[in-house]
Design a protein around this ligand. Structure first.
Ligand code: B12
Length: 219
């Protein structure tokens, strides 16, 4: 298993899309634990590629190849990651988006897949979504939770702007807002008045469960 996980990491790190796809298919065929496959395989590769990019060892095209390999593997695993437990009934509606000006969507897709897997209905708006489109979706879909992902220090501010816009529109109390993405912290979430923050997909599920349970108890 260790060797296979390492191959997954390397396939993303080296941007070998075909290898990443083949390894993802192998993981499904062998019914491997997909959380381990993600966290100890593919995700390590994309994090390492980011590290090399930060250190100037990788150029942007290298990073793009790594991201493409990661997304192709994720596309193969997506349906299986999302497969809900039998007896599925929706636990609530969640709008997920990457904020305006930001194209990073890998983490958001993983969080959305995990939430789907435990029974939430996910409405994924995509990435680099204008705030006005996010707000329209919130009015239309009336989700229980909205998840805002930001990976750039320059786009984190859009999480704050969306919360402010919801306040201005008088709809802030009707929806729980959770925030995430590599540069986001608990302190930032508190500062902007978000209802919660988590730094990975598993704790995002726990966070949403907690928020909606607490809400249910109040009702
Ligand atoms: C892959 C990647 C890209 C890909 C994105 C492909 C895609 N479709 O997503 C490409 C190559 C396109 C890219 C482009 C750029 N990138 Co980039 N990228 C990355 C990289 C390497 C990995 C991000 C990732 O996918 N991580 C893996 C996932 C699983 O982790 P995650 O996103 O953090 O998500 C987890 C948690 O954060 C959390 N989470 C995430 N979202 C949410 C939401 C909610 C609600 C919750 C609760 C939780 C949650 O759960 C997730 C699962 O565990 C990071 C480095 C890094 N270590 O983060 C740089 C990084 C984010 N990029 C960076 C930069 C600078 C850029 C560019 C500006 C480069 C350029 N000069 O053009 C552009 C930005 C373009 C834009 N306008 O957005 C910088 C940002 C620096 C900063 N401080 O702002 C980083 C940190 C790299 C670096 N060290 O310099 N990038």
């Amino acid at each position: 298993m260790k060797e296979l996980l390492n191959k997954m990491r390397v396939s993303v790190l080296e941007g070998e899309e075909e290898d990443a796809v083949a390894l993802a298919k192998q993981a499904l065929a062998e019914k491997l634990d997909l959380k381990t496959v993600m966290d100890e395989g593919f995700v390590l590769g994309i994090r390492e590629a980011g590290q090399l990019y930060a250190e100037g060892e990788y150029y942007l095209p290298d990073l793009v190849c790594s991201a493409d390999a990661m997304k192709s593997a994720l596309a193969i695993l997506d349906e299986a990651l999302k497969k809900p437990a039998s007896g599925f009934t929706s636990k609530g509606k969640i709008v997920m988006t990457t904020v305006q000006g930001d194209v990073h969507d890998i983490g958001k897709i993983i969080v959305g897949a995990m939430l789907t897997a435990v029974g939430y209905e996910i409405y994924d708006l995509g990435s680099d979504v204008p705030n006005v489109v996010v707000l329209e979706a919130i009015y239309k879909i009336k989700p229980d939770v909205v998840g805002l992902s930001a990976l750039l220090t320059t786009t984190m501010v859009e999480q704050k702007n969306i919360i402010e816009d919801l306040k201005v529109a008088g709809t802030r109390n009707g929806v729980k807002v959770i925030v995430g993405g590599a540069p986001v912290t608990h302190e930032w979430a508190n500062k902007i008045g978000a209802d919660g923050y988590s730094d990975d997909a598993i704790s995002a599920v726990e966070l949403v469960n907690r928020l909606l349970l607490r809400e249910g108890m109040k009702a």
